[in-house]
Design a protein around this ligand. Structure first.
Ligand code: C2E
Ligand code: CA
Ligand code: CA
Length: 575
C-alpha cells in the first residue's frame, strides 16, 4: 500500500458539505489525506499557485464562479492537477461536459461514501498521468525526446507571430546528416539510434533554451532560432553546430564521424508561413549538400553572397590590423573669424592591397560588430597622437587632434583609462586631444557616460558631440555632461542655403550652444556661401572640403604654421 500522503484541495462554499467530505475521507482512509478547504475560486487559484496538490475536489456552484468554467479556470492556471467535480446536480449531460473540459471524474453529493471518493481520487490521478503520457507522445519524438513534427509546427507558427510583434527575425534550420544510411547499414539500427540521440544532445548544446530542436523523422532535424537580429546570428549557430558535430561519435566501440548539411531560411526575409519556410530550409539544405556537404547555406542567393562578402571582409579586416594596412588622413578645422587652424580630425582609411582605399563608412560598422573596433581605436589614438607630438617637436604651432570614438566602445568599463593611457604612451599632453562622440553613445547610460566624461575631462581631454542634431538633442543632458563642443552634422550644413528648415536648425543649434557656453563647429562646409551664413549666425569654427580635405600627414603640413609665426594663417582653398 502506498503510504505517501496525498495533498487534496477541496473547493466548496458550503461549510457543511466541505466538512462532510473531509470526515468521510478521514474515516475511510485515516492519515492518508492532507486536506485544505477553500470557499471561492479566487482563493482556490491563490492556493494552487502557492502549494502543490495531487488532486482537487470542486463544487460547481461557487460564489464567484458557476458551472464548468471552474474546471477551465483551474486548468488555465495549472493543467497538471487532476480534478474531480463534486456536484449537487445529478446530470449525465453535465458529467460528460465536465470531463470533456478536462476534469477526470464527476461525483454527485450524497451518493457514495468515503471509500468511493477515495477510489475515485486514485483513478483520477492515474487517468491524468496517462493523459500526460499521451500528450507527451503526441508532441515529442520518443527516440530523442526532441519535439516532433506536430510540436515543431506549433512552435514555428508561434515564433512567427511573436517575431511580427517584436520586430525580430526567426531562423529556421533544416539539418540532414550526411551519409547517415551508411551507419545504419554497417553498424546496425541500434547504433544509428544511439547516434541520433547523441546528435540531439549536441544540438541542444549549440542552441539556447528558448530555441526549439525537433526531429522530423529519420536523420532530419530542424531548429527554430528566435530573436534573431542579423543573419550572422544564424550563421554563428550553424558554425557552432558544424564544430560540435565534427567531434567523433562513439558507437559500440567504433569511432564514427558524421557531418551535417544545414539549410537556413529567415522569416520574414524569405517566404512567410510554416510550409514556405520549411520548404525554403529544405531547399537550402540541398544547396549545402550540392556545395560538398558539411556546410551551411542560406535560402536566398543574396544572403549567401552577403555572408560570403562579409566573411571575406572580416578575415581581411583582422589581417589588416596585423599588416598595418590602415592610414590616417587629417582634416583641418579653422576658426572662421581669425582664419587660424585650430585643430585637425583624424580619419581612418584602409588601404587594401586589392581594392585600394576603403572608406571607414564601409568597414567601421563591421569592426564594431566583430569587436575589432577596440584594437582599431587603440591604433588610431596611438598613431594620431604620435603624429601630433611629432609636429610639435618639429616646431609647428600646437593644435588639438580630434579622434572619433565608436558608440559601441563607450560602454566598455575601462574606456577612459584605456584612452588616457594610449595618449600618454604617445608622448602627447591630453590637452591636445579631443574626442568626438555621438549623442546616441552618451544618452544610453547617462550616469556612466557622465563618469567617463568627467574622468577624461580631469585629464584635460576635450570632448565634442559629433553629428549633432541627428540624435536625441535633449537639452537636459547637454547641461548635464561636461562637454566642450557641439559639432553640427553635415547634413544640416549641406542644405542651409536651399532648405529653410535646415537653416533654422543650424542657427538654433548655434544660439543654443552659445547660451550653454559651448563651442560650436560646423562640419561639411563646401561653399563660401555656407561659410558666410555660419559666420553671420555666430558659429566660430568650421571644417569641410571648402576649407581643406582630409589629407595624409605629409600633405597636411601645408596647413601648419610655425610657432614663431605670429601672423594669422590664411585659409587655403582646395575644393
Ligand atoms: P564623421 O566623424 O562625421 O567624419 C566626417 C566625414 O565627413 C569624413 O568622412 C570626412 O571625410 C567627411 N567630410 C569632411 N568634410 C566634408 C565635406 O565638406 N563634404 C562632404 N561631403 N564630406 C566631408 P570619412 O572620412 O569617410 O569618415 C566617415 C565616418 O567614418 C566618420 O564620420 C566617422 O564616423 C567614421 N570614422 C572615420 N575615422 C574613424 C576612426 O578612426 N574611428 C571611428 N570609430 N570612426 C571613424
Ligand atoms: Ca567626426
Ligand atoms: Ca560628423
Amino acid at each position: 500500500m502506498n503510504t505517501a500522503k496525498i495533498n487534496l484541495l477541496v473547493i466548496e462554499d458550503n461549510p457543511g458539505d466541505a466538512r462532510l467530505v473531509v470526515d468521510l475521507l478521514h474515516e475511510a482512509r485515516p492519515e492518508k489525506y492532507v486536506i485544505e478547504c477553500v470557499a471561492t475560486l479566487k482563493e482556490a487559484l491563490r492556493s494552487i499557485e502557492n502549494n502543490t496538490y495531487e488532486i482537487i475536489l470542486t463544487d460547481l456552484a461557487l460564489p464567484d464562479s458557476e458551472g464548468y468554467d471552474i474546471v477551465s479556470s483551474i486548468l488555465a492556471h495549472d493543467d497538471e492537477i487532476p480534478i474531480i467535480v463534486l456536484s449537487g446536480q445529478d446530470s449525465d449531460a453535465l458529467a460528460i461536459k465536465v470531463v470533456q473540459m478536462g476534469a477526470q471524474d464527476y461525483l454527485v453529493k450524497g451518493q457514495g461514501d468515503g471509500y468511493l471518493i477515495n477510489r475515485a481520487i486514485g483513478y483520477a490521478i492515474e487517468r491524468k498521468k496517462i493523459q500526460k503520457g499521451l500528450n507527451y507522445l503526441a508532441q515529442y519524438d520518443s527516440l530523442t525526446g526532441l519535439a516532433n513534427r506536430l510540436l515543431f509546427k506549433e512552435r514555428l507558427e508561434h515564433a512567427i507571430t511573436r517575431a511580427d510583434r517584436t520586430k525580430s527575425m526567426v531562423g529556421l534550420m533544416f539539418i540532414d546528416l550526411d551519409r547517415f544510411k551508411n551507419i545504419n547499414d554497417t553498424l546496425g539500427h541500434d547504433a544509428g539510434d544511439t547516434l541520433l540521440v547523441e546528435v540531439g544532445e549536441r544540438l541542444k548544446k549549440c542552441t539556447r533554451e528558448s530555441d526549439t530542436i525537433a526531429r522530423l523523422g529519420g536523420d532530419e532535424f530542424t531548429v527554430i532560432l528566435e530573436d534573431i537580429n542579423h543573419i550572422e546570428d544564424a550563421s554563428l549557430v550553424a558554425l557552432n553546430i558544424l564544430e560540435a558535430m565534427a567531434d567523433r561519435f562513439k558507437l559500440n566501440d567504433n569511432d564514427v564521424f558524421i557531418s551535417p548539411s544545414i539549410g537556413i531560411t529567415l522569416y520574414p526575409l524569405d517566404e512567410c508561413g510554416y510550409d514556405g519556410l520549411l520548404k525554403n530550409a529544405d531547399t537550402a539544405m540541398y544547396q549545402a549538400k550540392d556545395a560538398g556537404r558539411n556546410c551551411y547555406r542560406f535560402y536566398t542567393a543574396e544572403m549567401n553572397e552577403q555572408l560570403l562578402a562579409q566573411m571575406t571582409m572580416e578575415t581581411k579586416l583582422r589581417n589588416a590590423i596585423e599588416k598595418q594596412e590602415f592610414v590616417l588622413h587629417y582634416q583641418p578645422k579653422f576658426n572662421i573669424y581669425s582664419r587660424e587652424l585650430i585643430g585637425a580630425e583624424a580619419l581612418i582609411r584602409w588601404s587594401d592591397p586589392d581594392k585600394g582605399m576603403i572608406s571607414p563608412a564601409l568597414f567601421i560598422p563591421l569592426a564594431e560588430e566583430t569587436g575589432l573596433i577596440g584594437s582599431i581605436t587603440d591604433w588610431v589614438i596611438g598613431e594620431a597622437c604620435k603624429q601630433n607630438s611629432k609636429w610639435q617637436l618639429q616646431g609647428y604651432k600646437p593644435f588639438r587632434m580630434a579622434i572619433n570614438l565608436s558608440p559601441k566602445q563607450f560602454n566598455q568599463d575601462d574606456i577612459a583609462k584605456r584612452i588616457v593611457s594610449q595618449i600618454i604612451c604617445s608622448d602627447l599632453s591630453p590637452k591636445y586631444v579631443e574626442l568626438e562622440i555621438t549623442e546616441g553613445a552618451l544618452v544610453k547610460d547617462v550616469e556612466k557616460s557622465n563618469e567617463i566624461l568627467n574622468e577624461l575631462k580631469m585629464k584635460g581631454v576635450h570632448v565634442s558631440i559629433d553629428d549633432f542634431g541627428t540624435g536625441y538633442s535633449s537639452l537636459s543632458y547637454l547641461k548635464k555632461f561636461p562637454l566642450d563642443t557641439l559639432k553640427i552634422d553635415q547634413s544640416f550644413v549641406r542644405d542651409i542655403m536651399i532648405d529653410a528648415d535646415d537653416a533654422a536648425i543650424v542657427s538654433a543649434i548655434i544660439a543654443m550652444a552659445k547660451s550653454l557656453r559651448l563651442n560650436v563647429i560646423a562640419e561639411g562646409v563646401e561653399t563660401q556661401a555656407q561659410l558666410d551664413y555660419l559666420q553671420a549666425k555666430g558659429c566660430n569654427e568650421a571644417q569641410g572640403y571648402y576649407l581643406g580635405r582630409p589629407l595624409p600627414a605629409d600633405e597636411f603640413v601645408r596647413f601648419l604654421s610655425s610657432k614663431s609665426d605670429s601672423s594669422t594663417t590664411p585659409i587655403i582653398h582646395c575644393a
